[in-house]
Design a protein. Structure first.
Length: 128
């Protein structure tokens, strides 16, 4: 399934400081788009941090989880889509500490880290 062309969808809603795993992520922007296809509504979500796209997730509004997702590399290209929701890690020093960043996993199993620190770069890659 190729990446959705968001130009063919209508904006549905935007959430600032969006949540992952029930945790609000400061600065994370989630934009949701809908498109009617017959009797169903296709949905796509684009997540960005600091103005940089991190991932896309898409599927159907009548299904609980994503059908597909794709991760954007800090180098500027989209990794191939994978079935299901993206693998995301919330980064913080301890379970009750402030969120300091996000990590998303590529199809090759590589974790791409995005920090919320002021002056942080456009993302980094690690394989752990």
């Amino acid at each position: 399934m190729p990446l959705p062309d968001l130009d063919t969808y209508s904006p549905h809603r935007t959430v600032l400081n969006a949540t992952f795993e029930g945790v609000a992520v400061p600065g994370l922007r989630a934009e949701f788009f809908h498109r009617t296809e017959g009797d169903r509504v296709a949905s796509a979500g684009r997540y960005s941090l600091g103005g940089r796209d991190l991932l896309l997730a898409w599927g159907w509004t009548d299904e609980e989880h994503c059908a597909f997702s794709a991760v954007r590399d800090p180098a500027g290209f989209w990794h191939p889509e994978t079935p299901g929701c993206p693998a995301v890690r919330i980064l913080r020093a301890g379970p009750d500490d402030t969120v300091t960043g996000l990590a998303v996993r590529t199809p090759a199993g590589e974790w791409l880290y995005e920090s919320m620190r002021a002056g942080a770069g456009a993302g980094a890659r690690r394989t752990t």
